[in-house]
Design a protein around this ligand. Structure first.
Ligand code: ROI
Length: 161
């Protein structure tokens, strides 16, 4: 079993409901156990002209291989109506593997740690709710240093529902 952190995001078709459905789907994955889910956070899109996003992070223990987990996450995205019309376009559901145990993965379909996580408050702050305070990424960076360099700006932490 390895501890995996998954970033979740939605900005279409009732985003909070999309994330709740995604959590239920993650809880059903084979060879896996859902360990925790952060609070939900709202923020403006990094790209102008899109609806606001709701984001959260889930922690999963799994013995699935990384690319098998990636396939499973993409089938959850597709099952929730994701249409890949344009890169970076609005989406009903986005599931990103942020961290996979202490693995460094550099494959065409999958790069871990996730490439953009260090500059994204909507990833780092929910991750910090679930991860140990002294978490070190597989590339040697410390989560606390990434947090210190990424201000909590523009994020709205939603009350639990
Ligand atoms: N902006 C926010 N706030 N949250 C996201 O999940 C997100 N995802 C994206 C882009 C369009 C970059 N902006 C985002 O893909």
């Amino acid at each position: 079993m390895e501890r995996i952190y998954i970033g979740m995001g939605s900005n279409l078709a009732d985003p909070a409901e999309q994330l709740r459905n995604a959590v239920e789907a993650l809880a059903q994955l084979p060879q896996s156990a859902l360990v925790g889910v952060s609070a939900f956070y709202q923020s403006d899109s990094l790209l102008p002209g899109q609806p606001r996003y709701t984001n959260a992070v889930a922690a999963l223990d799994s013995s699935l291989a990384p690319l098998d987990l990636l396939d499973a996450l993409q089938s959850i995205e597709n099952g929730q109506g994701r249409e890949r019309l344009e890169r970076w376009g609005p989406r009903t559901l986005d599931l990103d593997i942020l961290l996979f145990g202490d693995r460094l993965i550099d494959e065409p379909r999958l790069k871990v740690p996730h490439y953009h996580m260090q500059e994204r408050a909507f990833v780092l702050y929910p991750l910090a709710e679930l991860a140990p305070a002294d978490l070190r990424l597989a590339d040697g960076r410390d989560l606390k240093d990434l947090l210190a360099a990424c201000p909590f700006v523009g994020l709205e932490r939603l009350p639990p529902t």
